[in-house]
Design a protein around this ligand. Structure first.
Ligand code: HEC
Length: 190
C-alpha cells in the first residue's frame, strides 16, 4: 500500500505539471452532459437537484470498487454529509492518502484542480465523485463519463479504489471534501 501511494505521488508532476488541454475533451462547460453525468446542478432550478430527492446510501463496509460495481449510476448518495465526526475522520483520510500533494492542503488546488470552486470536471454529485476517486479519470471515462467542466487541465486523477478500505472511509472523505467548497450555495447538489 505504501508503495502504491509513493507511485501515485511520484506521478504527481506527470499528472498536473503540464498545461496542455486534452484536445479530445469538450471545449467548454456548455458541452451537453452525457447520460452518466445526469446529476449536474441545474442553473435554472437548483431546487430540483436529484441528490436531495434520492435515498441516502447504506454503509456496507464493502470496498469502494465493490460499491461502484454494484451501484446503478447516479444512486450513490453520501449518508455522512454534514456530520462533524465523519468530517473530522475524512480530513485524516484526505491527508493520509496524499490528496494534498496534488490538490493543496485545503483543496485549493496547486498543480491540480481545486476542490473548492464551482467547476467540476465530471460533475459535482456524490455518485460522480465517489466513482472518480475510486476509479480515477481513466476508469471513470471507461464507464462513459466525459469531461463536462474544464479546469486548467492537467492529466488523469489516479484511482484510489484499491487504497481506500471501505465505502465508510470514502463517505468520510467525501463529507470532508464538501466542507472545502467555497462556491455559490445555489450550485450545491449534494
Ligand atoms: C497525482 C495527483 C493527484 C492526487 C494524488 C489526487 N488527485 Fe484528485 N485529481 C487529480 C487530477 C489531475 C484531477 C482532474 C482529473 C481530470 O480532469 O480527469 C483530479 C480531480 C479530482 C476531483 C474532481 C475535481 C473537480 O474540480 O471536478 C476530486 C473531487 C478529487 N480529485 C479528489 C481527490 C482526492 C479525495 C484525493 C485523495 C484520495 C485525490 N484527489 C488525489 C489529481 C490528483
Amino acid at each position: 500500500m505504501m508503495k502504491q501511494l509513493l507511485l501515485i505521488v511520484a506521478s504527481l508532476a506527470f499528472a498536473c505539471g503540464t498545461a496542455a488541454a486534452d484536445p479530445a475533451a469538450p471545449a467548454s462547460e456548455a458541452a451537453p452532459a452525457g447520460p452518466t453525468n445526469q446529476r449536474q446542478p441545474s442553473l435554472s432550478d437548483p431546487e430540483k437537484s436529484p441528490s436531495a430527492l434520492l435515498p441516502k446510501s447504506e454503509v456496507t463496509g464493502k470496498t469502494p470498487i465493490e460499491v461502484v460495481t454494484a451501484a446503478p449510476l447516479a444512486t450513490i448518495n453520501n449518508p455522512y454529509t454534514g456530520q462533524p465526526d465523519k468530517i473530522e475522520a475524512g480530513k485524516a483520510v484526505f491527508q493520509g492518502m496524499g490528496c494534498p500533494g496534488c490538490h493543496g492542503g485545503n483543496g485549493g488546488g496547486g498543480m491540480c484542480p481545486p476542490l473548492t470552486n464551482e467547476t467540476w470536471v465530471y460533475g459535482s454529485d456524490d455518485d460522480t465523485l465517489f466513482r472518480l476517486i475510486t476509479l480515477g479519470s481513466d476508469g471513470l471515462q471507461k464507464n462513459g463519463f466525459i469531461r463536462i467542466g474544464m479546469e486548467n487541465i492537467v492529466g488523469p486523477m489516479p484511482a484510489f479504489g484499491a487504497l481506500i478500505q471501505s465505502d465508510e472511509q470514502l463517505y468520510e472523505l467525501l463529507a470532508y471534501l464538501r466542507t472545502l467548497y467555497r462556491g455559490s450555495a445555489k450550485r450545491v447538489n449534494w
